[in-house]
Design a protein around this ligand. Structure first.
Ligand SMILES: [Zn+2]
Length: 149
């Protein structure tokens, strides 16, 4: 596992090449100097969401949520904790579907919260409904391990 990965900066959208995900936890963006991973889900807009999905070689996990959604709010701390476990092997982001209704519509989001997992620009998993930290981490890892690397 020493291949170069492409990691998209959640601050400036710069694409960074990192030698391995093991070293990515402390890596800083070559463009803006911010850390590439903060251990928190990055709150992204539509443009950043598409950039992350299209340009990252690491898997991208997105929580589609909305401020008025009670289950979304109650899952937020679990998602936060899951980000700490999954980064830097997985980019963990959240997309406010109220602000990005076009994208949510295009993805066919019917209920929130919805978790979507992407790899290489393609959706490889989707789950609706709130989950615990353990469920989020295990759901993500199960989808990634069932794929040839
Ligand atoms: Zn940056």
């Amino acid at each position: 596992m020493s291949e170069t990965e492409h990691v998209v900066c959640p601050h400036c959208a710069g694409v960074n090449r990192v030698p391995s995900t093991a070293k990515a936890a402390a890596a800083k963006c070559g463009v803006c100097g911010e850390k590439l991973f903060s251990g928190h889900p990055a709150d992204v807009d539509g443009a950043m969401f598409e950039r992350q999905v299209e340009r990252s070689t690491i898997p991208v996990l997105v929580d589609v949520w909305a401020p008025w959604c009670g289950p979304c709010r109650s899952m937020a701390p679990s998602y936060e904790a899951a980000a700490k476990e999954l980064e830097p092997h997985v980019r963990v982001i959240k997309l406010n579907s109220d602000n990005e209704q076009q994208i949510a519509g295009r993805m066919g989001i019917r209920g929130i919260p919805s978790l979507l997992l992407f790899q290489g620009g393609r959706e490889i998993g989707r789950s609706s409904g709130a989950m615990s930290t353990r469920q989020i981490v295990e759901w993500t890892r199960a989808r990634l391990s069932s794929r040839p690397s």
